[in-house]
Ligand binder design. Structure first.
Ligand code: TRP
Length: 361
């Protein structure tokens, strides 16, 4: 069986380093590993509209931002199909049929939907489209017969729901759909990188994100004002690692080789942490080190972005070509789905013959 990747992001803003360590970096590695027959990367604008109906223009504006972030991280249109969800109308058709396979109660139990409803104060007024987006996400994944879905941990309930829909469809009709597996980050801290203020979630409204498109100066400023250990007042005080954002970011970004380059007094992160805990190591020194480490990772991304920004019409062109390719694949799956459901009446010579026979003699 072929190995196929599908994943995507809602275009609600520029992508930040949380997206990067949580998923983007891995996607690029997978794309380049040569182990997958196809890679599909989707800008989920239709899904983004399910909870942004007051501000559809935001979604429209951010498509290009996400595309630029993708390309600058190394997603390569020669290797991956980059496309826009709303351009694949087959996904809506699949969603409509999958809706028959899912109960309201099952959707209400989906932990991600539950949490999001609370977060957005939707309780009394959930848009139907938002409530049912796990079904549409199942369509996104199955339309491409994806075997592997690299996502953050928060998306696991979506993949589980997709797997149930696949099993149900294949049992009711026939084995057409493929059960996907989620691929979540191996490094625990990469699953949920906190904001620079130490808050659990990075979000634009909190102003605690480091964006992939931030200038070197902005990145440095954000790092130098990062939340650390509020009890670590004097350099000589013993410090805490737990909940200390600077160390969390080091866990996510730092390699042993960074010490040779930027902080040769220490062999590795464990030694640095041990010194911090003992006391005698100041925040500024650790932050400067983190700045070196992060700039090294972000600089090539930033530079590639500058290049891609020079030809924006070409980026739309890439997305259009990708959407055309994606559409062919989705149309093929939809046609198999309709055949399995036996709603392909006009191609069903047997049906026509039988009905004719019923009325014939
Ligand atoms: N729900 C994902 C997010 O919020 C975006 C998404 C839409 C997605 N369809 C998908 C992810 C299919 C993986 C597979 O980021």
């Amino acid at each position: 069986m072929s190995k196929i990747i599908l994943t995507g992001d809602r275009p609600t803003g520029r992508l930040h380093v949380g997206h990067y360590v949580g998923s983007l970096k891995r996607r690029v590695e997978l794309q380049n590993s040569g182990e997958y027959d196809k890679t599909f990367i989707m800008i989920a604008d239709a899904q983004a509209l399910t909870d942004n109906i007051e501000n559809p223009e935001k979604i429209r504006q951010n498509i290009i931002e996400v595309a630029l972030d993708y390309l600058s991280c190394g997603l390569d249109p020669a290797k991956s199909t980059l496309f826009i969800q709303s351009q694949i109308s087959e996904l809506c058709e699949l969603t409509f049929y999958y809706m028959d396979l899912v109960t309201v109660a099952r959707l209400q139990r989906n932990p991600t939907v539950k949490a999001e409803i609370q977060m957005r104060n939707f309780e009394a007024s959930i848009p139907v489209g938002f409530f049912t987006y796990p079904i549409s996400q199942a369509a996104d994944i199955t339309a491409f017969k994806a075997t592997t879905v690299p996502v953050g941990e928060d998306q696991l309930p979506m993949i589980e729901q997709t797997r149930e829909i696949v099993r149900k469809f294949n049992a009711v009709y026939s084995e057409v759909l493929v059960e996907p597996e989620a691929l979540i980050p191996e490094n625990e801290v990469c699953m949920r990188l906190p904001g620079t203020d130490g808050k659990a979630k990075m979000s634009k409204s909190l102003g605690n994100c480091i964006y992939l498109a931030d200038t070197a100066d902005d990145v440095k400023k954000k790092i130098m004002s990062m939340y650390t250990d509020p009890e670590h007042l004097q350099v000589s005080d013993p410090g805490h690692i737990e909940g200390n954002t600077v160390f969390t970011y080091l866990d996510a970004f730092c390699l042993e080789e960074h010490f040779e380059r930027y902080l040769p007094e220490y062999a590795n992160l464990d030694e640095l942490k041990a010194h911090y805990k003992r006391g005698g190591l100041g925040d500024v020194k650790v932050k400067k080190f983190l700045n070196h480490v992060m700039q090294e990772e972000l600089e090539p991304i930033r530079n590639r972005r500058k290049e891609f920004e020079k030809d924006i019409p070409e980026i739309y062109n890439i997305l259009k070509k990708g959407s055309d390719t994606a559409r062919e694949t989705a149309a093929q799956t939809l046609s198999e789905v309709k055949e399995a459901m036996r709603i392909n009446y006009f191609d069903d010579a047997e049906l026509i013959k039988d009905q004719a026979a019923k009325y014939g003699e």
